[in-house]
Design a protein. Structure first.
Length: 343
């Protein structure tokens, strides 16, 4: 398990994150019937055997009426989608039930508690695999259907939620983390930071602020590699450094545009006269500055999706107009679709 995975699990070991996960991403009136003050993390030492051998999973429980509901949160950060995820979850829930039976932690009428499996996925591509076990089993004779196991998990695909505008709009810490994860430009990062700073002011939230900072130390270099994230001591400092860096980028783009504009102006001036050259130089300077800024913003977006910008795509960027670049920036294509856009 990588450093990012460890820090992410640490985030979801906090009650405030699980509370916002339930309130912001679960559908139905049943959520309002939960006693959220009873949210309790099941420790790693609770279960035996292979149940918690996946160290990037988290197990919680919460009171619903007079009984417990278990929340099994699987954190998936791998680049490829796990087609047989329902089978894995079925196995883990079976192990959990075995452990509860062994510990005699059942309801008064000796029934097992319900388990809600949640898969949190932050991969670059969208999740295309089945979320229900039924879709992985060959169609049986009709008479066999009642005896087949059934399971479906709740999928939270961060990129899809952001692209579809399905993230909660109100104050929600989990949505803010998702926006940080899926940010396409420094301005997106800064906006998400501002929300976190506003929501995490209280002294009682110091531990959660530290957890988010620890996550940023590990995750930050892939979000904005120009910032020395390891040296950041608090969220306010991180936001200040990010805002300063954004201003530096903008100033650099303007300087590049003005320099090229002056060069173009001198060339035109030699051919058509100094006055015309100065006019064209100023005009080209403004246009090139804006084009250079758009090109660099798009390069950073693509670098986050591809790892590095492919050479054939970079050639297309250099030859694209400002209007084309701005159109691509505003249209968040998935990785597999970007190839088609730049062919």
């Amino acid at each position: 398990m990588g450093e990012h995975d460890t820090a992410y699990k640490f985030l979801f070991s906090h009650r405030a994150l699980m509370r916002d996960l339930l309130l912001g991403f679960m559908e139905g009136d049943w959520v309002r019937e939960l006693d959220l003050d009873s949210l309790e993390k099941v420790s790693d030492g609770y279960a035996t055997g292979d149940l918690l051998s996946r160290h990037n999973d988290a197990l919680w429980r919460v009171r619903w009426k007079r009984e417990w509901i278990y929340l099994y949160l699987m954190l998936e950060f791998q680049s490829t989608v796990e087609r047989f995820m329902p089978v894995r979850i079925l196995t883990y829930i079976g192990l959990l039930y075995q452990d509860l039976i062994r510990r005699k932690e059942l309801s008064q009428d000796r029934r097992l508690p319900p388990v809600l499996p949640i898969v949190l996925y932050n991969g670059k591509g969208r999740w295309r695999a089945p979320v229900a076990l039924d879709n992985l089993i060959q169609p049986p004779p009709h008479a066999v259907l009642p005896y087949l196991p059934r399971l479906q998990f709740l999928l939270l695909d961060e990129g899809a939620l952001l692209h579809e505008g399905a993230l909660p709009g109100q104050r929600n810490l989990v949505a803010a983390i998702f926006r940080l994860e899926q940010s396409q430009a420094p301005e997106d990062l800064s906006r998400a930071f501002s929300h976190l700073l506003e929501w995490l002011k209280g002294p009682e939230q110091s531990e959660l602020r530290q957890a988010i900072l620890e996550w940023l130390h590990r995750r930050g270099p892939s979000l904005a590699p120009e910032i020395s994230w390891r040296e950041v001591r608090n969220l306010q400092e991180a936001n200040t450094m990010l805002e300063e860096r954004i201003q530096e980028w903008k100033a650099q783009f303007r300087r590049e545009g003005l320099t090229k504009g002056r060069e173009e102006g001198r060339e035109i001036g030699l051919e058509e006269g100094r006055e015309e050259g100065r006019k064209e130089g100023r005009k080209e300077g403004r246009e090139e500055g804006s084009t250079a800024e758009a090109r660099n913003i798009l390069r950073r977006q693509l670098a986050r999706r591809f790892g590095t910008v492919p050479e054939h795509i970079d050639v297309k960027l250099n030859g694209a107009s400002r209007e084309q670049l701005e159109d691509w920036i505003d249209r968040p294509y998935e990785v597999e679709e970007l190839e088609d856009v730049f062919r």
